[in-house]
Design a protein around this ligand. Structure first.
Ligand code: SF4
Length: 333
């Protein structure tokens, strides 16, 4: 199975509940960024996400309010580097008490010190370890030597300790398709639970020319799609078809909402046209129809996983063939 059964059922229940109550748009994932402090300064990361001061972090009450306000069953703790958040243990415990599923996106440098022995493995907790290529590429992207080896050692240890552990790979210009396949092989070698592969996001604050154009995304993802069925790749087949340029999809930025130390980022994790303090204003005033259309110039090269996976699943659910394909994909590997 790609994901634990409880996780998949929670998503299905949420989807059914929302659709039965007539909701056309609803969040499934909250990208919660409790801090904008990091122990790395990766070249593909937006500058504001790693230069914030720890004292400006969100308090726990604010985190939980955002979780309650949006109602998403999945909380992706990112940032910033979550293991630097001093209240991480309390945050994870509070989310599990609220029956949420937690994806913790981490560079793994502090996992041993801040997570192992402090936060026990749980079917509600998934460690998502950042690995953007093999040694040379990953250390280049992270702007520091040795990060690849540390991350690999932590994946191994996390699995030995019984944590659900996934690799999270962003594909940049420097990333060769061969090394993406090497990472997929490594998932099996390290007995990790899977790998999420997504095209790099083009941040305005990043000056280096490391991001792929739409044609380059299509070319790389055509090859990735060709080998993906042999490995535990966690992007759905429909998303991979979209990333490979074989089908079009509308964006669903509302499916993955982003709460930052400044407030709700509208419309999406990537584009912050506005940052709004309260949920009601964010949800009711963002022009979702406009952003779904992808006609804004900022959407031109975007194939961000979080914007399109919901649309990919919705598209699949429209036909028996799509439903069957999704079911087979979910239970295989
Ligand atoms: S296409 Fe990308 S940049 Fe545009 S709204 Fe969707 S996720 Fe954001």
């Amino acid at each position: 199975m790609r994901f634990p059964i409880g996780f998949m059922m929670a998503q299905n229940r949420h989807r059914t509940r929302m659709e039965r109550s007539g909701q056309k748009r609803y969040p499934t994932v909250l990208m919660l960024e409790p801090l904008y402090t990091c122990n790395l300064a990766c070249i593909g990361c937006s500058v504001e996400r790693h230069t914030g001061k720890l004292k400006d972090r969100m308090d726990l009450e604010t985190c939980f309010k955002a979780v309650e306000d949006c109602g998403a069953p999945i909380v992706n703790i990112c940032g910033g580097e979550p293991t630097l958040y001093p209240e991480l243990k309390e945050l994870v415990e509070g989310l599990i008490e609220r029956n949420k599923y937690i994806i913790m996106c981490t560079n793994a440098i502090k996992l041993e010190e801040k997570v192992f022995d402090k936060i026990p493995p749980s079917p509600h907790l998934f460690l998502m370890i950042h690995l953007d290529g093999m040694r040379e590429t990953h250390d280049y992207v992270c702007n520091r030597k040795g990060v690849f080896d540390q991350a690999v050692a932590m994946v191994k240890k996390a699995r030995e300790l019984g944590y659900y552990t996934y690799l999270n790979t962003t594909v940049f210009k420097e990333t060769s398709v061969v090394e993406v396949e090497d990472l997929c092989k490594m998932v099996d070698e390290l007995k990790a639970n899977g790998i999420l592969i997504s095209p790099g996001y083009e941040y305005e604050s990043v000056e280096k020319d490391i991001f792929l154009t739409k044609d380059q995304i299509h070319e790389k993802f055509r090859s990735i799609r060709d080998f993906s069925s042999r490995y535990k790749v966690n992007a759905t087949p429909m998303f991979l078809e979209f990333a490979a340029g074989m089908r079009e999809l509308p964006c669903a930025p509302w499916s993955t909402v982003n709460y930052t130390p400044g407030g709700w980022k509208a419309p999406c994790y990537l584009v912050g046209e506005t940052v709004i303090k309260d949920w009601e204003t964010f949800w009711n005033t963002t022009n979702w129809e406009y952003w779904e259309s992808r006609k804004d110039p900022k959407c031109l090269n975007c194939k961000m996983h979080s914007g399109f996976e919901h649309s990919a699943v919705s598209e699949a659910m429209k036909t028996m063939k799509g439903k069957a394909q999704l079911a087979v994909w979910s239970v295989s590997k």
